[in-house]
Design a protein around this ligand. Structure first.
Ligand code: HEC
Length: 149
């Protein structure tokens, strides 16, 4: 083996190592979005089990306008669960970037906190505004991070 071949071999070796490192990096990033670092709940499960049903129920209630105390309390309950899940979405290394963080804290978390206040005050107009902010969070984060949309 001459010097050139041995140089090429080592260069290919370095390239192969770089490809492996890049692939591991991409897997780690994907894992962060789809799941946290230590806790087992998957992002898809939080979406399907907590975010989607509570968002759907809250939207129906705020569109129609809650008819009585029970419905206002129900709206506050949905908003509380959406607010709480906003903390899980930011925890455990799940958040990959500023788009995720803004969608979660400025739209989902603030919107759901405002929805709780509106429900406590039985303010239907404020409830609709708050619901609008919650709905913005879905599109904002999904456009950047939900790959199958
Ligand atoms: C901070 C980011 C973020 C926000 C905010 C967000 N989502 Fe998601 N959502 C995701 C990601 C990422 C996935 C894809 C998860 C996967 O495929 O592993 C997803 C998937 C989903 C799914 C499919 C779940 C399944 O596996 O069947 C639904 C339904 C969903 N989101 C609803 C919503 C709704 C409704 C909102 C707004 C109230 C919302 N999401 C807000 C990131 C977000």
């Amino acid at each position: 083996m001459n010097k050139v071949t041995s140089f090429l071999r080592s260069k290919n070796g370095a390239i192969a190592a770089a490809v492996v490192i890049a692939a591991l990096g991409a897997t780690a990033l994907q894992a962060q979005v789809k799941q946290g670092k230590t806790r087992p709940a998957k992002t898809g499960q939080l979406m399907k089990g907590i975010v989607k049903p509570n968002c759907g129920d809250a939207k129906k209630l705020s569109d129609a306008g809650p008819a009585n105390d029970d419905e206002w309390a129900d709206l506050a309950l949905k908003a509380a669960l959406l607010n709480e899940v906003s903390y899980s979405l930011m925890d455990d290394g799940r958040c990959p970037d500023g788009t995720w963080a803004d969608s979660t804290t400025k739209m989902l978390r603030e919107g759901s906190a405002n929805l709780m206040k509106a429900a406590d005050a039985k303010d239907a107009a404020a409830a609709k505004t708050a619901m609008g902010s919650i709905l913005k969070s879905c599109k904002s984060c999904h456009d950047a991070h939900k790959k199958d949309h």
